[in-house]
Design a protein around this ligand. Structure first.
Ligand code: FAD
Length: 460
């Protein structure tokens, strides 16, 4: 059975990426079908801190109003905590004003995006599950889906199918060289009426054994994410409660302890895996991927939605600039150009996320990083401009990354170098190279960067 229309674009999934893609294409005159398996509001612990760079991208897409009416909280920067010490770094300013991010409820944000696409005349939304991509003579020509409460399957044909079905994508394996790694798990709880030590700031607790993140997501709710390194997801148990009470709680700021212990006693928590999935799409015609189906990084730096919005602007501009969607070669070319160019926009977001997570797993680098950022000036301002995704300057990121390691070496060798201190310094530098090199290689580096890492390989 076919639906009655031929669409320019069919989008699988109306989450953050699929919804915003549909809104942009629909508002710019394309005929768009969206198939989403569950249109009801979800209780989610992902995608709740939008970096300022993501707010800017939404503005450039003409969709910043989607952040209104969510009780979203302006985020002005980050505060870092370690061993009872703390300091804050503000996001960069423009015209004397801080460029802010947003803390929000992901489920509410997604519903607001969906309400908006339902109001766009060129966009048709189906609630149903996509089961397969339809292929004709090697080209993807649409999708087969089962609509909710309707028997059997329906087909939608489109010049381009955009897969936005998220982290557990059913189509990633057939469309890309799917290399998926779980780095750790985040356990998330909502803290009620919690007064953060630094109002309107993201809080990073540089804890043992792994970091915790805390940020406001509404005027009454604060999210806490606790990292569990390794491949084993934490499960509800007396042992877990003891761990959270005796190991994690003492490392949290005193102001939030009452809310934390109340949330713990209520026992309402969620656990999500944190993936590293470099983008390695195959050269397939009639299809593109956006969002978590294409590319994932550790959520420590809250970069996922910003990366998705950058990709949407990149691909969306190319597609809406086409004089006709009948010319499928031009559509395919736009997709290939998008894949080839996207690294330049998203490399810093991807590299920083997993590099910083790697740093947090190494005791010496962790201390070096905290002290480096605390020393202020450009040591704080330039890294935060990259974290906020206002700057996408990859050489600047790499300079600061290695400057952290060298700063650590400088401190390590004090008050005078010893054999043991030399050996730890060497290990710190080697670990820094080992952490960042594969991440850089995932992002199609230029010849100079490749050569620099070859030299580093020879040294270490
Ligand atoms: C623990 C955690 C915390 C995070 N925190 C942040 C953060 O603070 N800031 C940030 O920017 N990013 C964060 N991220 C990443 C961010 O959440 C994602 O990058 C973003 O949500 C990706 O959007 P998406 O549209 O690709 O996927 P999703 O938002 O998951 O949407 C996928 C959609 O596809 C639908 N779907 C799936 N399969 C089908 C099918 N077969 N047929 C039809 N529909 C289908 C789903 O129902 C869903 O609506 C976090 C990630 C994790 C794991």
């Amino acid at each position: 059975m076919k639906t009655d229309q031929q669409f320019d674009v069919c989008i699988i999934g109306a989450g953050v990426a699929g919804g915003v893609m549909a809104a942009y294409l629909g508002r710019n005159g394309l005929r768009v079908a969206v198939v989403e398996k569950n249109m009801a509001e979800q209780e989610r612990m992902i995608g709740e801190l939008l970096q300022p760079g993501g707010v800017i991208k939404l503005r450039e897409l003409g969709l910043e109003h989607l952040l209104d009416e969510l009780d979203a909280q302006e985020i002005e920067g980050y505060a870092l905590f370690m061993n009872g010490d703390s300091f804050k770094i503000s996001y960069p300013e423009e015209g004397g004003q801080t460029i802010t991010g947003r803390g929000l409820r992901n489920g509410k944000f997604v519903q607001r995006i969906r309400q908006h696409i339902l109001s766009i005349p060129g966009v048709r939304v189906f609630e149903g599950t996509v089961h397969e991509l339809i292929e004709e003579q090697g080209r993807i020509t649409g999708i087969r889906f089962a609509e909710k409460n309707v028997e059997g399957y329906q087909d939608i044909t489109a010049r381009l199918t955009i897969v936005c079905d998220g982290m557990f994508s059913s189509f990633r394996a057939q469309l890309s060289a799917n290399e998926k790694k779980v780095s750790s798990f985040f356990m998330g709880m909502i803290l009620k009426d919690c007064n953060l030590p630094f109002k309107n700031h993201g809080h990073v607790i540089v804890a043992q054994p792994s970091p915790c993140l805390i940020y406001p997501i509404s005027s009454t709710e604060t999210r806490i994410l606790i990292d569990f390194p390794g491949l084993e997801a934490p499960r509800k148990s007396a042992e877990l409660t003891t761990y959270l009470t005796e190991t994690i709680a003492p490392q949290l700021p005193a102001q939030i302890l009452t809310s934390f212990m109340t949330a713990l006693a209520e026992g309402k928590f969620k656990v999500m895996p944190n993936h590293l999935i470099p983008a390695k799409p195959f050269n397939r015609t009639g299809v593109a991927m956006i969002g978590d189906s294409l590319n994932m990084r550790h959520p420590l730096t809250g970069g996922g939605m910003t990366a998705a919005f950058s990709d949407i602007l990149n691909l969306g501009k190319r597609l809406t600039a086409l004089s006709s969607f009948e010319n499928i070669e031009a559509v395919d070319e736009s997709v290939q150009e998008f894949y080839a160019s996207r690294h330049k926009h998203n490399a810093t977001i991807n590299i920083l996320a997993d590099a910083l997570y790697g740093v947090m797993q190494n005791e010496d680098l962790k201390v070096a990083c905290y002290d480096y950022l605390k020393s202020g000036g450009t040591h704080a301002l330039e890294p935060i401009s990259i974290l906020s995704a206002i700057s996408r300057d990859e050489p600047l990121l790499l300079r600061h990354f290695f400057a952290v390691a060298l700063y650590g070496v400088g401190s390590m060798l004090k008050p005078f170098p010893t054999k043991k201190r030399f050996s730890r310094s060497y290990n710190m530098l080697k670990t820094a190279v080992d952490i960042v090199q594969p991440l850089v290689m995932n992002e199609h580096p230029n010849l100079v960067t490749r050569s620099a890492f070859k030299v580093a390989d020879a040294i270490f």
